[in-house]
Design a protein around this ligand. Structure first.
Ligand code: HEC
Ligand code: HEC
Length: 304
């Protein structure tokens, strides 16, 4: 009993459960993570009363069972507006130095997630402060807010701080690939997938030139360093705008692919890269995969 008491978390402390050697994602100085903010953020994430017509929560587009995506090529807002972009997974979002597909200026979750709440073109949730009195009067939300923020009144700022704290806790690093790399655990990693891993990191395919680091993604925060965002013109659908290389974690479960959801499956993604990307793509070289190599690469992507 004494031991349990000694190990019990202090009030306010959020207890991370991360693999050895993995640091939690950083939080801004004005929004340190606490267990209470995370609890409030978790409740808000699934609450449709944050939308203008009570129909849409964060979880409507970021569906947990779909690894926080929605399965649509492009998201649909609460009033039926078609979003220009595909809904990305939220796993590990707290680690990226820039958020969304191509916005260099969105560097914190706090800044990013004001957009789905308040954007008007397209309307995603249509949140306005007129919704606050009803949220604040709710016994459950009101109680959680009191625990998280004391007597500070509920506002867009406190909602955003709680939601960002919750999203920051969505860390997932327990795939067969992680267990192979971190603990040399070989069960679940077939010879075919190992051949795919070699291809992924080969100079011929060069996937890892852009999808790198612990999340096979664009740049992530590194302690004590100011890491700049990076974007690449792969020219999906001949788009001229450079995009962030997204993480490839859980990639086999988050179809359809690319910023506009234009590629239905991973085989179509490999066709795209074999052809050297779209019109005017930069830093992509065409290559040809044998059918064995294609199977190997797909087996590797399924491990992530
Ligand atoms: C209508 C669907 C929709 C709703 C509702 C929605 N999102 Fe998103 N979310 C998206 C889309 C689409 C993007 C990509 C935006 C872009 O690239 O411009 C995105 C991007 C994000 C990102 C960036 C992830 C990354 O890897 O860069 C975060 C974090 C996020 N949303 C959190 C939230 C939270 C929290 C809420 C609720 C307050 C929310 N979203 C509500 C569709 C939605
Ligand atoms: C020059 C940089 C670059 C290289 C090289 C590269 N990628 Fe990408 N990758 C990107 C960018 C940028 C995107 C997003 C493009 C978009 O949506 O318009 C992307 C998107 C993807 C996606 C879709 C992710 C999602 O969530 O929709 C997959 C899968 C993928 N890449 C796999 C690969 C594989 C496999 C290789 C090697 C054959 C590779 N990439 C090589 C930059 C690159």
């Amino acid at each position: 009993m004494l031991l349990l008491a000694a190990q019990a978390p202090r009030a306010g402390e959020f207890v991370w459960q991360l693999p050895d050697g993995i640091a939690p994602p950083p939080a801004p100085a004005d929004n340190p993570i606490t267990a209470e903010k995370v609890a409030l953020g978790r409740a808000l994430f699934a609450d449709t009363r944050l939308s203008i017509n009570d129909r849409t929560s964060c979880a409507t587009c970021h569906v947990a069972e779909r690894e926080f995506t929605d399965g649509l090529p492009r998201a649909v807002g609460t009033l039926g507006d078609r979003h220009p972009r595909n809904t990305p997974t939220l796993w590990n979002a707290g680690y990226y130095v820039s958020l969304t597909w191509r916005d260099a200026g969105l560097t914190t979750l706090e800044a990013q997630l004001r957009i789905p709440l308040t954007s008007t073109s397209p309307v995603e949730m249509g949140y306005t402060d007129a919704l606050l009195p009803r949220l604040a009067a709710d016994a459950v939300l009101g109680g959680l807010h009191q625990q998280a923020f004391g007597d500070t009144p509920m506002s867009l700022d406190t909602l955003v701080k709680a939601l960002a704290s919750y999203v920051r806790t969505l860390v997932r690093m327990d795939s067969p690939f992680d267990r192979y790399l971190l603990y040399d655990e070989r069960t679940g990693v077939s010879d075919r997938a190992k051949a795919g891993l070699k291809l992924f990191f080969s100079e011929r395919l060069a996937c890892s030139h852009c999808h790198a680091g612990p999340h096979l993604s664009g740049p992530v925060h590194e302690p004590g360093k100011d890491v700049p965002p990076v974007f690449h013109r792969t020219a999906v659908s001949d788009t001229a705008d450079p995009m962030r290389a997204p993480s490839l974690r859980l990639i086999s479960r988050t179809a359809p692919y690319m910023h506009d959801g234009s590629l239905p499956d991973l085989s179509a993604v490999l066709d795209f890269y074999e052809a050297g990307g779209g019109l005017n793509a930069e830093h992509l070289q065409a290559f040809t995969l044998t059918s064995d190599e294609r199977q190997a690469l797909l087996a590797f992507l399924e491990l992530l």
